[in-house]
Each structure stands twice: as C-alpha cells, then as structure tokens.
Design a protein around this ligand. Structure first.
Ligand SMILES: Cc1cc2nc3c(=O)[nH]c(=O)nc-3n(C[C@H](O)[C@H](O)[C@H](O)COP(=O)(O)OP(=O)(O)OC[C@H]3O[C@@H](n4cnc5c(N)ncnc54)[C@H](O)[C@@H]3O)c2cc1C
Length: 319
C-alpha cells in the first residue's frame, strides 16, 4: 500500500507505526522495489507541504552575521546549484556533478544521503541470499568482482556508500535535524549519521522511525574548497573515488567517497598535509594506516591524484 501524507507530522506518524519505507524522489526506492528489496508499505512524500526548513535552502552568507546554511531534506538536489551556496563551493560542485540532470531534478537531499548502497551482489535477487546486508553470513564481493568496491576494509561488508552529498557535507562538519513522533531534534553530525561502516545491516544510523528533516553547515564559509571525482567511463555513474577538500585557517579537511561503506574523513592525510607532506605522501600515509583490500588497491593512486588536483583547484580559488 502507498500512503500519501500531506504534512511532515503525518509522515512521521505513519513512519513510526512500523515497516514502511519513505519515498522522496523515489530514484533509489523504485530501483530497490524492482530488485525485490522493498518490503511493507511505502510512505510517499510527494504531497507533503514542506515548511521552509524541510523543503528549502536558507543561507546567511553576506548578511553580516556568521554565515550558515540550512538545507531541507525534501529539497531537490538540482536546487542546490544556486548562488546561495557560493560560499561553500565544494558542496555546490558536488551537487551539480552527481548523477544526471534528470536524476538531480527528481532526487532530494534526504534521499541522496540515505540511499542504499549499490553493491551488485546485494542488489541481485539471485546473489544476495547469504549477503551480510541481507542478514546472511558471507560477502560475495570478497571472492568475486570487487573492482568498484571499498578500498578500506572496515567491516564484513565491502560495498561503498553511494552518497556524493554525504562526502561533501562531511568536509564541512555538517549536522542534521530529525523529525520524530516527539518533535524536531538536533541529532548530531553527518559523520555520526553514517557511523563507522562496520555494521553491514545499516547504510546509515538514522534513528528508527525518524524522518531526516534538514542538514546544517555552520563552518567553512569562505574557506577554499573543491569537490571532484574519478570515474570509469562517463559522468552518469557513481565514481570510482570522489573527494571534497576544504582549506581554511585551521588546516586542510579531506572527505572521501568510493573507498568505504560510508563516506570517510581522511584524518591521517589531513595531519600529514599540515606537517608539510605532499598530497601523494599524505594519501599514502592514510592508506598505510588502514587495512586495504587488494582488488581495489588501484584506488590509492587514483585518490592521491584526485586530492592533489582538488587542492590545486581550491588553491587557485578566490572567494
Ligand atoms: C545513473 C545514476 C547515477 C547516479 N550517480 C550518483 C552519484 O554519483 N552520487 C550520488 O550521490 N548519487 C547518485 N545517484 C543516486 C541518486 O542521487 C539517488 O538515487 C538519489 O539521490 C536518491 O534521492 P531520492 O529523493 O530519489 O531518494 P528516494 O529513492 O526517495 O529514497 C532513498 C532512501 O532515502 C530514504 N529517505 C528519503 N528521504 C528521507 C527522509 N527525509 N527521511 C528519512 N529517510 C528518507 C528512503 O526511505 C530511501 O531509503 C545516481 C543515480 C543514477 C540513476
């Protein structure tokens, strides 16, 4: 059954009742339904009348107060490619680069952050039976084709998290607000929303029954930043690796995607850059501090080259 709530609170009431899946833009949910991965009812947010916080972008950049940015979870990704985001160029670039214009016109910020991983073994109806993500005990990718899978081995599952916006928001230390039956609540950092990636049964740590309401960025306005990706063949696919770098008075921040079951901060590399290492040395130090997967070890050099290019681009940028 598909429910069409008219307000955010109706959506939460329905969601808190049990096993129903929220559908925002539907670009991931519909795919999952096709793959036989959806159980229970659907709560379609199509008719929800969002307030400014749930369905819009608000920025205080240039208003004479500390710059901050709030983005409602129901905001279409295409709506992020606007001058209001100019103070956070790494985020604007991420939003206008991901997927295709058609997908960005339909997909929402909440759906972009909370989309499920695209591991081809998990998504295949005949191959997922014993997959960790389906509650099983093995990972077919570990003994199969894992060229596009994780570089960092952080848990039983080696799929990569698909969220480009997650990678960008991580670099800006973003936080998020949820709507629950008890009301609106600040729920912590986007980094905590993703967690460590060690639990294969969850793509994110959003509290059960909660609706992601908005994300907030209070840092990084005016820092030089850049987002980029390395792809296999076209732009209209998930990247092999992606990264957002932010260079500010406190040093360099690097967030990477395509390397782990969650977007990750590369703190060892950040520290190395702070003590004068080159981008290549910094990424190699980061990778030396982690357990790597052999099939995707080619991503180390890809990431090093990408981060170097992004630091160069951020360096040339004047705000
Ligand atoms: C060809 C192609 C290339 C792509 N490339 C990329 C890429 O490079 N980078 C990238 O990030 N994505 C990429 N995508 C994926 C696309 O960005 C996602 O499918 C989209 O962002 C999902 O948004 P949606 O609103 O359609 O989510 P939906 O499909 O509606 O939902 C996705 C998930 O989020 C949950 N959800 C949605 N909103 C909320 C909320 N407010 N609160 C709680 N839960 C919620 C849903 O229950 C569901 O589990 C690509 C897609 C295609 C088809």
């Amino acid at each position: 059954m598909i429910h069409f709530p008219l307000s955010p609170s109706d959506a939460v009431t329905l969601h808190a009742q049990g096993r129903a899946t929220l559908r925002a833009g539907g670009t991931d949910v519909v795919d999952r339904a096709r793959n036989g991965l959806l159980v229970g009812d659907v709560i379609d947010l199509r008719d929800v009348q969002p307030d400014a916080m749930f369905g819009g972008v608000s920025s205080t950049a240039g208003l004479g107060v500390p710059p901050s940015l709030s983005i409602g979870a129901l905001t279409r990704i295409a709506a992020l490619d606007v001058p209001a985001l100019d103070a956070w160029p790494g985020l604007r670039e991420a939003a206008r680069t991901l997927a295709t214009p058609q997908v960005r016109a339909m997909a929402t910020v909440g759906g972009g952050l909370l989309q499920a991983n695209r591991c081809w073994y998990f998504r295949h109806p005949d191959l997922r039976a014993d997959c960790h993500k389906a509650g099983g005990a093995t990972c077919a990718a570990r003994s199969g084709d894992a060229l596009r899978h994780a570089l960092f081995d952080v848990g039983p599952c080696i799929s990569v998290h698909p969220s480009t916006l997650g990678c960008a928001l991580l670099a800006y230390d973003a936080t998020f607000t949820v709507l629950e039956a008890a009301g609106l609540r600040d729920a912590g950092t986007v980094e905590a929303l993703f967690g460590s990636g060690a639990d294969p049964t969850r793509d994110n740590q959003l509290p059960d029954g909660a609706v992601l309401y908005a994300v907030h960025v209070d840092t990084g306005a005016g820092d030089r930043s850049a987002y980029g990706r390395a792809t296999g063949r076209t732009w209209a696919e998930w990247p092999l690796v992606e990264a957002t770098v932010r260079v500010g008075p406190a040093g360099v921040v690097i967030a990477a995607g395509g390397v782990a079951p969650v977007p990750v901060r590369l703190r060892v590399a950040e520290q190395a850059l702070g003590s004068g290492a080159s981008a290549g040395e910094a990424i190699h130090r980061e990778c030396a501090s982690r357990q790597l997967l052999a099939q995707s070890a080619y991503k180390v050099d890809l990431l090093a080259g990408l981060v170097q290019a992004l630091l160069d681009r951020a360096d040339r940028r004047s705000l």
